[in-house]
Structures are given as structure tokens and as C-alpha cells.
Design a protein around this ligand. Structure first.
Ligand SMILES: NC(=O)c1ccc[n+]([C@@H]2O[C@H](COP(=O)([O-])OP(=O)(O)OC[C@H]3O[C@@H](n4cnc5c(N)ncnc54)[C@H](OP(=O)(O)O)[C@@H]3O)[C@@H](O)[C@H]2O)c1
Length: 343
């Protein structure tokens, strides 16, 4: 077999604030060779996710940063090109963590084989993968939604928020979504079946949210922080639960937001209204993988949970698409189609 050329997107510089195309570089190298127990993978789909902004920073976090010059990390769906392990064969599709590149070698035992007859393989990066699991475990374990309660979530047209609101509806709650722009709000309300959707870009966000939540908020699934959190906090009921999942409005911040220190006000609200705020990382709930696959698989098959994918073509499109993700340019789960399966 002639040598395979591996295109890789590496981190060229640590972004200051919003990432720029020049913070990334496309390089080419020879594809690696698998050893015993390993497989050579070719990337079909690359997932772009907000957490990647954290990996570009050297600040201490829950995961190791990508070093300058290293290939960007990321969840992928790949095709096995060559297998040196009996559990996988050439042509199999697997969920992997191959990063922003065409080819990678991985240990076969760390890979999840996908059945394309059950669901499109790309869903392993969205509703049936990490974002879906984040919504499921964070909402049910920390949010503990009860029938009749009001659940609010922002980034509601994205893979985590859309799934949170739809699970809330399945659990008998009133779901209120917050999203950027009229089209996303229409989708959240009319196609996903949320009870209400509010545009966070509207000047009167706090007033509209109050009107959409006449009985207050029992669960706020925190995806964004910033102005949305400020509008939500006064509306939280006694004993409200706040799974703190993400703070995407702050990911490009280079300093604390200006204004008075509101920490005392926040702590007073936590105390007097007996709020529960709990941060989590999806892998904290790895032991729920089987129940997630069972429940979410059934809900998606039955059409009770809908999803939307936003597909960009070509590995070289990844940096620009990622930059847009942090500004809400995506509409649905953002995926890069690195290679068509039939090509
Ligand atoms: N804790 C974990 O383990 C875990 C795992 C997965 C994801 N997450 C977090 O979950 C959140 C959602 O992830 P996702 O993959 O579903 O992302 P996503 O919805 O596909 O993309 C992020 C969305 O955030 C919204 N956004 C950006 N800036 C905003 C702002 N200033 N105010 C309000 N909304 C803003 C945009 O939607 P609009 O156009 O609607 O504003 C954008 O499309 C992120 O914070 C992510 O980091 C956490």
C-alpha cells in the first residue's frame, strides 16, 4: 500500500480572547502504523465542542491542555483501515478520540464499535454520544426534575440544551429554552416542543424570562453564564437545583467581567433560597453509560428526542467552524465531515 498522508490541524499559538485562524496550522505527515492490539483509523466525522477552547489555554483545568505544536484533540467517528486486533475488522465504524486529523492509531480495546443500522454513525458524537450523555446525567442526577416543575436551559438549539429540554418534557416538566435569534427560538419551540423559547439577544431578556416562568424556575441547567445567569438567578425558587455544565459566554474572556462584586448577593441567594449549585464533568457519570444508551436510544428511535446536525465539509474548515461555535454560528450539533464513507 502506498504511504498514506495524514493531514493534521495543530495548535499554532494559544489564543488571546477569541481564537483566530492563525492560532491553528495544517501540517502533513505520514500516517502511523498500528502495532499488535491496535488499529489504524481514518476519520469520517470530527466533533467540534466548546470545551476545546479550554484545551487551547494553559490555565489549570480538569484536563491537560493541548501543547503548542500538538494536534488538536477531539471526539471522532472513524473507519478502521487496518486492524491488528481480533475485535475489529477493516471497514468497521468506531467512536474514537482521534482529534483533528485524517488518520490515527488507537488501542482497539478503547474503541466503541458502532452499528450503522441502529442510527447514523454521526449521532455517536451528538445525541447518542458525549453531549447527549451530558444532558441526561446532568439533568437527571443533579437537576432531579419533578413533574410540573419548570426547567430552563440556554444554548437550547445545541446538542446539550436541546436534549435537556426534551428530557425535561418527557419527565413531565415545563421546558423553557433560551437561544440566539428568531430561527433557533422557533426551532426550539415548534420542532423540539419546548413550552417557550426566548432570544437572549433581545434587550428585555430578564422580563421575557420572567413572563415565560410565572411559577419561577425549579431547575436551571447552566450552559452559558453571563447575562443569562443574571436573568435566571432572581427567578430561582426555594430548593432550586442548578447543574453547572458550561459557561460558554465566558470561554474567550481574558479578565473578570467589569462591574461590582456580586459574590455576597449570590451567596445570600444560595443560603436564603437553599439553592443547590453543582458543577460536573460528563465523565463523572461514566457509570450511567448503560442506562443512557438504553433510555436515549429508545427516545431517539421513538421520535421523542429529536436532534439537528450542522455539518461543515473538510478538515481544513475546522478552525473557522470552531471559532463560529463560540459565537452561536452553529445551528445544531457542529460536525466536520472529514471524509465521506463512500469516497
Ligand atoms: N460539563 C461537561 O461535561 C460538558 C459536556 C459537554 C458540553 N458542556 C457545555 O455545555 C454547553 C453547551 O454545549 P454544546 O456542545 O451543546 O454547545 P452548542 O450549543 O453546540 O454551542 C454553544 C452555543 O452556546 C451559545 N452561546 C454562545 N455564546 C453565548 C452567550 N454569550 N450567551 C448565550 N448563549 C451563548 C450559542 O448558541 P445561541 O446561538 O443559542 O446563543 C452556541 O451555539 C457548553 O457550555 C459546553 O461547554 C459541558
Amino acid at each position: 500500500m502506498s504511504k498514506l498522508v495524514n493531514r493534521q490541524i495543530v495548535l499554532a499559538a494559544r489564543p488571546e480572547g477569541e481564537p483566530k485562524p492563525s492560532d491553528f496550522r495544517l501540517i502533513e505527515s505520514e500516517a502511523p502504523q498500528p502495532r499488535e492490539g491496535e488499529v489504524l483509523l481514518r476519520t469520517l466525522w470530527l466533533s467540534l465542542d466548546p470545551y476545546m477552547r479550554g484545551r487551547m489555554s494553559a490555565a489549570k483545568s480538569y484536563a491537560k491542555p493541548v501543547e503548542v505544536g500538538e494536534t488538536m484533540v477531539g471526539g471522532t467517528v472513524c473507519e478502521v483501515v487496518t486492524s491488528r486486533d481480533p475485535s475489529l475488522a477493516a471497514g468497521d465504524s468506531v467512536a474514537a478520540y482521534a482529534g483533528w486529523q485524517d488518520f490515527a492509531v488507537a488501542a482497539a480495546k478503547g474503541l466503541r464499535k458502532l452499528d450503522p443500522t441502529q442510527a447514523p454513525v454521526s449521532t455517536a458524537l451528538g445525541v447518542l454520544g458525549m453531549p447527549g450523555m451530558t444532558a441526561y446525567a446532568g439533568l437527571l442526577t443533579i437537576g432531579r426534575p419533578q413533574p410540573g416543575e419548570t426547567v430552563v436551559v440556554a444554548a437550547a438549539a445545541g446538542p446539550v440544551g436541546a436534549t435537556v429540554g426534551q428530557i425535561a418534557r418527557i419527565k413531565g416538566c415545563r421546558a423553557v429554552g433560551i437561544a440566539g435569534g428568531a430561527d433557533k427560538c422557533r426551532y426550539v419551540r415548534d420542532e423540539l416542543g419546548f413550552d417557550a423559547a426566548i432570544d437572549h439577544r433581545a434587550a428585555d431578556l430578564a422580563e421575557r424570562l420572567r413572563a415565560a416562568c410565572p411559577g419561577g424556575i425549579d431547575v436551571y441547567f447552566e450552559n452559558v453564564g453571563g447575562a443569562v445567569w443574571s436573568a435566571v438567578l432572581p427567578l430561582l425558587n426555594d430548593f432550586a437545583r442548578v447543574p453547572v455544565c458550561g459557561l460558554v459566554s465566558h470561554y474567550n474572556d481574558t479578565a473578570l467581567p467589569p462591574g461590582p462584586d456580586r459574590m455576597a448577593q449570590l451567596m445570600r441567594a444560595v443560603l436564603t433560597r437553599r439553592l443547590t449549585l453543582r458543577g460536573f464533568i460528563v465523565r463523572d457519570f461514566a457509570d450511567q453509560a448503560a442506562s443512557f444508551e438504553r433510555d436515549m436510544g429508545a427516545w431517539v428511535r421513538e421520535g421523542r428526542i429529536k436532534y439537528r446536525e450542522d455539518v461543515v465539509d473538510g478538515l481544513e474548515s475546522a478552525p473557522q467552524a470552531f471559532i463560529g461555535l463560540l459565537k452561536g454560528r452553529n445551528f445544531g450539533k457542529l460536525l466536520v465531515r472529514v471524509r465521506r464513507q463512500d469516497s
